[in-house]
Design a protein around this ligand. Sequence first.
Ligand code: SF4
Length: 440
Amino acid sequence: MSKSNLLLPVIQNWGCHNCGGCCREHLIEITAAEKQRIENQAWTAADGISMERPVIQQIGRNRYRLAHQSDGACVFLDEGGLCRIHTKHGEPAKPLACRTYPYAVHPAGPRKLAVSLRFSCPSVVQNLGSSVDSQKAAIGQLSREIVTGKQRDHDPPLIHNCPPHGVQQGDWPDFHRFLTALDDCVTDDSVHLVVRLMRILAWLELVEQSQFQTIRGAKLDDYLSLVTKASVKAQPDNDLPIHRPNRMARIMFRLIAAQYARHDTEALVRGGLSTRLSLLNAAMRFTTGFGRVPTLNESASVSRVFADPSDNDPNRTVRFSDLEIAYGGRRSDIDELLTRYFRVKIQGLHFCGPAQFQTSLLDGFRGLALMHPVVMWLARLRAARRASESIDLVDVQASLATADHNYGYSPALGTPSALRRVSLLTRMKQLTSLLSWYSQ
Ligand code: SF4
């Protein structure tokens, strides 16, 4: 695949630093061919593999996945945090899902693929390793294996699919014009990121209200630049009005944040009645927003890489009300991290269409914008747990890794009721309140 047909996020680095997190938190489904290949590798106890149970589990008719050790780690993860298949047989011998993570590849036009990254990997969050652009040959090879044949011939995601204008869809070149305009708006660092996001929400509303079906090509660029200028007038500077989100918005937001914070381990999935009751109890508390915030499980990557040494008081209680005060979140280091996050998701087509439950570009970006208050709320929770009055960069890094684990992947976030919550918050004009309130 030529470089021009592979769209890579230009501002992102990556290299695996062997935290072993992904090998503990992902259940890896494998194809029948991969099953056969692993069986042919003839693993024995001499390789350090426990022979108490099979290395491959059947999870349905012709469906298989790699088994896990009793501590939750993949059966092939060794004590040093390395993959035994990789060590013994080389990287190509691993299942495709393992070789792909943390990349995500999406069709982006005729013979074009867009590459994004999952920020659930701590190395992605911290921007460690070499530039993604310098790895284009390996990513191109991987992309060809991930998106094959007809999967590449995809229509672009809808721009907008709501009344009164009905479905609005352009061709791929026009769809990329929208992406470029969004990326430019996120990049303008003359104002805080939260101001840029407010402007984009105004931008989306202007697009939604207009009938642009007949505007194509270079004229679409002119139209989008007019919309951008108008959206700047909606929020001209850093002087943000602060409105506390209303009660209904806070309830919906807490339920969304709880979904993003969820980390369903294998033990939880297998859990019996008591597990289900405790989940129900936690859901009730998130709905009412009274009393103590339920304990949220951290992923293996987060607890390994972003552990908070000062969070050592198991009896410390954080109340929902503790998270409604300012925590000093509008800072350049936090803006820089989250700007990179938004740009990777835009450039990698990771916020709408097939990557995001088939949402349109407009609705998909609203869901992406909501990640800002979700991450900042989770960062407040982390700061409050160590009795700190301000969040730091590591709080935001850990919270981003937690939330992005579910972004676009948790089926619960793609249900009609979950998607309706985002559009209700938009219609109630509460997305902007959530952005300004939780970024303080
Ligand atoms: S989570 Fe990222 S850094 Fe950690 S082992 Fe997986 S790919 Fe490597």
